[in-house]
Ligand binder design. Structure first.
Ligand SMILES: CC(C)(COP(=O)(O)OP(=O)(O)OC[C@H]1O[C@@H](n2cnc3c(N)ncnc32)[C@H](O)[C@@H]1OP(=O)(O)O)[C@@H](O)C(=O)NCCC(=O)NCCS
Length: 308
C-alpha cells in the first residue's frame, strides 16, 4: 500500500504524542507538542498513513501576527519510513496549503544538535537565518527559546507571484480525471492560489458518490441535463471540536438541477447529485481555493445508493 496524506484530526493527537519521543531518538519532545495544535490548527497539520498506521506527521500553522508567513512547528517520520521522500511530501503539502492561504514564506526552527533536521531543511530549500553564534559552521541564535535553548532558524520563500499570466483555453474534448464523487472532470483555468474552474459531467441516469471536502468550497452552474443535488451540513462531531465546539443546526436540502441553476457547496458540506435519464448532467464549477489533491474529498453517507 502507498502512503496517503490527509489533514489531521483532533483524535490523531494521542497517537502522535505516544511516538514522538521514540522518533526523536529518546529526546523528550512530547511537552513541546500540546494538543491545541490538533484542535485549532487541524487544517494546516497533516498525517501520513500506511495501511491505517501512522507513518509521519507535520504540525504547522499560518501566523496570526504575520499573515503572510507560515510556520512548521514539528514534523516527524516513522524511522522505518525515512529516506524515501515522505518528509518532502509532507512539507510540500504544507507549502501548498500555505500558498492557498496567500503566504509568502515559511519559517521553522530546530536544535543545533539535530543535524539531520538541519540537512533536511536545507534540502527542502530553506536558508539558515543569521545567528549570533556558530555550531559546526551553522549559524545559531543563542537562547532563542529561553536560557540554554539555542536554535537554528530557517526561512523559505514560497515563490508566489501576485500577478499570474493571462490564461486562455478551450474546454478539452476528453475528461482529465474522474472526481472522487464519480463525475468526469475537465480541468479549466486556475488563478494562482485563489481559485480554479472545472467542468463536471455525470452520465445519464448515474448517481454520484456522496462526498465532502475538507477545505475547498465550490459554486456550480448547470449547463445542460437535469437531475438533483442533495446537500447536508453535518453537525460537528462531539469531541472533535471539544466541549466548547460550536453546535450548528443540521441543514439538509434536495434541489432540482437544470440549465441556469447555480448551487453553492460550502467546505464541509456533505453532497451528492444524480443525473436524470434524459441525458448527461453537465456543470461548470469554481473551486476555492484550487483543488489541493486527492485527499481533499472524503466519502460520507448519502441520500441515494451510489453507482458502483
Ligand atoms: C528529518 C525527517 C523529518 C526527514 O524525513 P524523511 O522522510 O527521511 O526525508 P525525505 O526522504 O523526504 O528527504 C528529503 C530530502 O532531505 C534529505 N535528508 C533527509 N534526512 C536527511 C539527513 N538526516 N541527512 C541529510 N539529508 C537528509 C534527503 O536526502 C532528501 O534530499 P533530496 O530529496 O534532495 O534527495 C526525519 O528524518 C525525521 O522524522 N527525523 C526525526 C524527527 C526530526 O528531527 N524532525 C525535524 C523536523 S521538526
Amino acid at each position: 500500500m502507498t502512503v496517503t496524506i490527509r489533514p489531521s484530526r483532533p483524535s490523531d493527537y494521542q497517537l502522535v504524542i505516544s511516538v514522538i519521543d521514540d522518533w526523536w531518538n529518546g529526546r523528550h519532545m512530547a511537552d513541546m507538542l500540546p494538543r491545541l495544535f490538533f484542535d485549532h490548527f487541524a487544517d494546516t497539520c497533516f498525517v501520513a498513513e500506511r495501511d491505517g498506521e501512522l507513518a509521519g506527521f507535520l504540525v504547522g500553522f499560518i501566523s496570526q501576527s504575520r499573515p503572510a508567513q507560515a510556520y512548521i512547528h514539528f514534523s516527524g517520520i516513522h524511522p522505518a519510513e525515512r529516506g524515501r521522500g515522505l518528509g518532502r511530501r509532507l512539507y510540500e503539502r504544507f507549502f501548498e496549503a500555505a500558498r492557498a492561504r496567500d503566504c509568502e514564506l515559511v519559517r521553522a526552527v530546530t536544535s543545533p544538535v539535530n543535524t539531520g533536521s538541519v540537512m533536511f531543511h536545507r534540502r527542502m530549500g530553506f536558508a539558515v537565518e543569521p545567528g549570533d553564534a556558530q555550531v559546526d559552521g551553522i549559524p545559531v541564535t543563542a537562547g532563542y527559546d529561553g536560557a540554554g535553548q539555542d536554535r537554528v532558524r530557517f526561512v523559505r520563500r514560497l515563490g508566489v507571484t501576485d500577478q499570474p499570466d493571462f490564461g486562455t483555453m478551450r474546454l478539452p474534448d476528453a475528461a482529465h480525471v474522474v472526481a472522487p464523487d464519480g463525475s468526469d472532470v475537465r480541468i479549466l483555468l486556475r488563478l494562482g492560489r485563489r481559485g480554479g474552474m472545472a467542468h463536471f459531467e455525470l452520465g445519464a441516469g448515474r448517481v454520484s458518490r456522496a462526498v465532502a471536502h475538507h477545505t475547498v468550497a465550490e459554486i456550480w452552474y448547470i449547463l445542460r441535463g437535469h437531475g438533483q443535488m442533495w446537500r447536508r451540513q453535518a453537525k460537528h462531531e462531539q469531541g472533535e471540536q471539544g466541549e466548547q465546539g460550536e453546535q450548528r443546526e443540521q441543514r439538509e436540502q434536495t434541489v432540482d438541477l437544470s440549465p441556469r441553476v447555480c448551487v453553492s457547496i460550502p467546505a464541509g458540506t456533505h453532497f451528492q447529485f444524480r443525473a436524470g435519464s434524459d441525458g448527461p448532467l453537465a456543470a461548470i464549477g469554481v473551486t476555492m481555493p484550487p483543488w489541493p489533491g486527492a485527499d481533499e474529498a472524503y466519502e460520507v453517507p448519502g441520500a441515494w445508493p451510489a453507482d458502483p
